[in-house]
Design a protein around this ligand. Structure first.
Ligand SMILES: CC(C)(COP(=O)(O)OP(=O)(O)OC[C@H]1O[C@@H](n2cnc3c(N)ncnc32)[C@H](O)[C@@H]1OP(=O)(O)O)[C@@H](O)C(=O)NCCC(=O)NCCS
Length: 406
C-alpha cells in the first residue's frame, strides 16, 4: 500500500487531519473548530497521511517560543498527532515525524517540544523528558494557607474583555523568566486560554476569570470552571477545575491559592501541570490534603544541537564539553560540543559527559541534573569530575514547568 505524506492544502484536508486526533477524544471538529485551530496552527504546519486520497493520520506543529533557562527561544510545539486505529503500526507516525522534524529544521527552530499521550512513543524520535508535572486533587475543606502568612491584596471576578486586556502582559512578564513556559499569541488567548465554547467545558460550567490585585495593581490570576456531579443533594460533589494559577511572584501565587481554597461549598480543587517545587506545597497547613501526584511534563527534542545549546544558556563560569553520541534523524548533531559562557562550538576536546540527543533533551529546561541523569543511565561521565562540571554550568534555580498541555 502506497501512502502519501504531505502538508494539507485546503480547509477540508485540514479539518480531516484534525479529525484523526479528534477520533480519540470522541470529537468531530466542525468547520468553525478547524477555522479557529488554523488561526494558531496554519495549514502548512499540519501534515497528513493519505491512503488512496483519504486522510488517515495527522500531525501538527505550532510555531512558538519556549522559555529555556537562557530565555525564550523558537520552538515547534508538536500537537494533534494521531493515526486512525485502522492504520496503526504501519509506520505512519514515523513518516510524519520524519517529515515534521525536517520541516522544523528548515524553519530554523532549534528545538521541538510536546506533551506525550504515552511516554513510550517519542523517545525513538529524539524527544527526552525535560520536566515533571505536579498534579493536585485538593480536599479543599481540610486545608488552608498557614496561619502565620498574612493575607494581602484582593481578588475580583472579571469579564473576558478585561482579562484579554490585562492577562497577556502579566503572563509575558512571568513566562520570559520561567523555563517551560510557552508564548501565547493574541489568537491563542482568544480561542484557547480564554476560549469558552460549550464543548471545551467537558461537563463543567463557564470559565471563571479571577484577578488578584496588590497595591491596586494586577499581580496574579486564576482561571477555573465549577463542575457538579451526583444526582441528589446528598450525592453532590462540587469540583473547582483550575485551568491555570499564576502570580508575578510567590506571594501573589499564595494569595491566589488563598482565594481558591476559600471558595465555599466546593469539595475538591483539581489542577495539573504545576512545577514539582511549586511553593503551594509549603504554604498550606496540611500538604497531604493537596493530594499531590506526579506525571511526565514537557518532552524536548534538540533539532539543531549547537543552536539549542546556545539558547539553553549556562549559568556559571567555565567550560564543559559534551559528546552527543547518537541522533536517529540528524547525523550532524552527533559530535563533541564545548559550551563556554554563551559560546557553543564543535571541538576535538575530550568530553566531560556523553549522552545521546534524547538525553540532551532532558537537560534543556533544567529539570534534571547531569548527576541525576547519570544515576538513571541517561548520561555517562567521560572524564573525572565531568558530571560536576556540567552541573555547575547547567544549574537551574527552580524546577521548570509548562503550565499548559497543548
Ligand atoms: C501513537 C500513534 C500516533 C502511533 O501511530 P502508529 O502509526 O501506529 O505508529 P508507527 O507505526 O509509526 O510506529 C512507530 C514506532 O513507534 C512505536 N509505537 C507507536 N505507538 C506506540 C505506543 N502507543 N506505545 C509504544 N510504542 C509505540 C511502534 O511500535 C514503532 O516502533 P519501532 O520504531 O520500534 O518499529 C497512534 O497509536 C495513535 O494515534 N494513538 C492515539 C492518539 C495518540 O496517542 N496520539 C499521540 C498524541 S501525543
Amino acid at each position: 500500500m502506497a501512502y502519501r505524506v504531505r502538508a494539507v492544502r485546503d480547509h477540508a484536508e485540514y479539518r480531516a487531519a484534525l479529525g484523526v486526533i479528534g477520533h480519540y477524544f470522541g470529537w468531530v471538529p466542525s468547520e468553525e473548530d478547524a477555522e479557529r485551530f488554523s488561526s494558531r496552527l496554519p495549514w502548512e504546519r499540519m501534515h497528513a497521511v493519505f491512503d488512496d486520497g483519504r486522510i488517515v493520520a495527522g500531525a501538527g506543529a505550532y510555531g512558538l517560543e519556549l522559555t529555556l533557562p537562557g530565555g525564550p527561544t523558537r520552538c515547534a510545539g508538536v500537537t494533534v498527532v494521531g493515526v486512525l486505529p485502522s492504520h496503526r503500526r504501519r509506520g505512519l507516525l514515523r513518516r510524519m515525524m520524519e517529515l515534521q522534524l525536517r520541516d522544523v529544521r528548515e524553519r530554523g527552530e532549534p528545538i521541538a517540544a510536546l506533551w506525550a499521550s504515552e511516554e513510550t512513543i517519542y523517545g525513538r524520535f529524539g524527544y527526552g523528558l525535560a520536566s515533571l508535572s505536579l498534579n493536585l486533587g485538593v480536599r479543599r475543606r481540610n486545608v488552608g494557607i498557614r496561619s502565620d502568612l498574612q493575607p494581602e491584596g484582593s481578588v475580583r471576578l472579571i469579564e473576558r474583555d478585561e482579562a484579554l486586556a490585562v492577562l497577556p502582559r502579566l503572563y509575558d512578564r512571568i513566562r520570559k523568566r520561567s523555563p517551560g513556559f510557552l508564548s501565547r499569541s493574541r489568537e491563542w488567548w482568544e480561542a484557547r486560554t480564554l476560549g469558552d465554547q460549550p464543548d471545551s467545558r467537558r461537563g463543567a460550567g463557564p470559565l471563571v476569570r479571577a484577578l488578584y490585585e496588590r497595591d491596586g495593581r494586577p499581580a496574579g490570576w486564576v482561571l477555573y470552571r465549577i463542575a457538579q456531579e451526583g444526582a441528589t443533594y446528598e450525592e453532590w460533589k462540587k469540583t473547582v477545575r483550575v485551568t491555570e494559577v499564576h502570580g508575578i511572584d510567590d506571594a501573589a501565587r499564595r494569595e491566589v491559592w488563598r482565594f481558591l481554597l476559600g471558595i465555599d461549598w466546593t469539595d475538591e480543587i483539581t489542577i495539573a501541570g504545576l512545577a514539582v517545587d511549586d511553593s503551594v506545597l509549603l504554604v498550606v497547613d496540611r500538604p497531604n490534603e493537596l493530594r499531590p501526584r506526579m506525571s511526565d511534563g514537557l518532552w524536548v527534542r534538540p533539532v539543531e544541537v549547537g543552536a539549542a545549546l546556545a539558547a539553553r544558556g549556562v549559568s556559571g563560569d567555565g567550560r564543559v564539553t559534551l559528546e552527543v553520541t547518537a541522533d536517529p534523524h540528524f547525523p550532524d548533531n552527533v559530535g563533541t560540543w564545548t559550551v563556554e559562557g554563551d559560546r557553543v562550538r564543535r571541538t576535538s576536546r575530550r568530553p566531560d559527559v556523553r549522552l545521546d540527543v534524547q538525553g540532551l533533551g532532558m537537560t534543556m529546561l533544567g529539570g534534571f541534573t547531569f548527576a541525576e541523569l547519570a544515576r538513571a543511565g541517561w548520561v555517562e561521565e567521560a572524564a573525572r569530575g565531568g558530571l560536576a562540571r556540567a552541573d555547575a554550568l547547567f544549574r537551574a534555580e527552580r524546577s521548570p514547568w509548562c503550565p499548559e498541555i497543548f
